[in-house]
Ligand binder design. Structure first.
Ligand code: NDP
Length: 309
């Protein structure tokens, strides 16, 4: 029985060593080395090459090394019906929360505009905003969204969230489903997307949704590039309805040089690096799932194959 690591970002040896450091006897292969395909029961993957998962006749578990699993569903050749797990990790959630907090505070205090003015030698004091002035609306109140929501409340923000099921979190108004989306949006001044990318959420950040936000709303997408309709964001920033946007994720990564986001003064861009799985922190749950799959036990952090998250 063995585990295969499939990823194309040059980090296979890094993950292999981290796994070996916590489980020296584990048999681990990288997908590009010669290895016995019939021995593989678990594939530990991140943005695998399409088709690579179908090489394993005895595969029992597909494990994402990140919180998202959208890239697995995007591969039409993936073996169907095999359980999929993802990462749920305190560090991952805290890192995301810290990133979003930084973007929001930079927006409130005009830090991006001041940086721009600095490069142009302009001294132009501007009105700033206060935490108490804003209500933050989080789309997706799951593992990451709920940590962010609690952190924002601790900072003094008014916070509300939108999710599939109703949540009961102190000081946070919970909205659910299509029926309550308009109400949620109409009172959201800073919108944060932390939804999984699924058939239901693809392209959800579009002009019709932006129009339901109050004028001057600020939009932060830290979930997936596929949630956003890029042209609609630019239109709503240029026509003054939205005051700005903070982006971490893009349809194509790295973002092509010619993409209009690069030079847009109202867009704060960072690479897709807000919150990254730390192997030492997440390997215990991966090893535990390896043991569980060998013993036919219920898995940790298994996603719903029907819902796609
Ligand atoms: P969870 O699965 O824990 O949470 C997802 C939330 O979205 C849940 O509250 C869920 O509702 C809600 N949701 C899902 N579909 C819908 C829908 N159609 N309508 C309304 N609400 C919906 O995921 P995480 O919080 O762990 O992660 C969220 C996403 O963040 C990941 O899928 C990943 O793509 C992204 N991510 C980005 C990173 C980055 O560096 N940019 C790093 C890590 C994650 P309910 O609770 O009712 O099921």
């Amino acid at each position: 029985m063995a585990l295969v690591i499939i990823r194309q970002d040059g980090k296979i040896d890094f993950w292999k060593e981290a796994l070996k450091s916590q489980s020296p006897d584990l048999e681990i292969f990288s997908y590009y080395e010669d290895h016995p395909k019939e021995d593989i029961v678990m594939a530990l993957i991140w943005k695998h090459p399409e088709g690579s998962l179908s090489a394993y006749p005895n595969l029992k578990l597909i494990a994402s090394t990140g919180a998202g699993v959208d890239f697995i569903f995007e591969d039409p050749t993936r073996p169907k019906g095999i359980p999929i797990t993802r990462i749920v990790d305190t560090k991952l959630a805290d890192d995301m929360s810290e990133h979003v907090l930084a973007v929001i505070l930079a927006h409130l205090k005009n830090l991006d505009t001041y940086k721009l003015q600095q490069t142009r030698g302009i001294w132009n004091p501007m009105n700033y905003s206060r935490i108490a002035d804003f209500k933050v609306g989080i789309m997706g109140l799951g593992e990451l969204g709920s940590v962010l929501a609690n952190d924002l409340v601790r900072f003094g923000f008014r916070v509300q969230g939108w999710s599939n099921s109703r949540k009961s979190i102190d000081h946070i108004d919970s909205f659910t489903g299509e029926g309550e989306l308009s109400d949620f949006l109409s009172s959201t001044e800073i919108l944060v997307c932390l939804l999984p990318l699924t058939d239901k959420t693809i392209g959800i950040l579009n002009a019709s949704l932006f129009k339901k936000l109050p004028k001057n709303a600020f939009v932060i997408n830290v979930a997936r590039g596929g949630h956003l309709v890029d042209e609609d964001l630019i239109t709503m920033l240029d026509n003054g309805h939205l005051s700005g946007a903070g982006l971490v994720v893009y349809h194509q990564e790295p973002l092509p040089e010619s993409h209009p986001f690069w030079k847009h003064e109202k867009i704060h861009m960072t690479p897709h690096h807000a919150s990254v799985s730390d192997p030492q922190s997440v390997i215990p749950q991966i090893l535990e799932n390896y043991r569980r799959v060998l013993n036919d036990k219920p898995l940790l952090n298994e996603i719903s194959l029907d819902k796609g998250y």
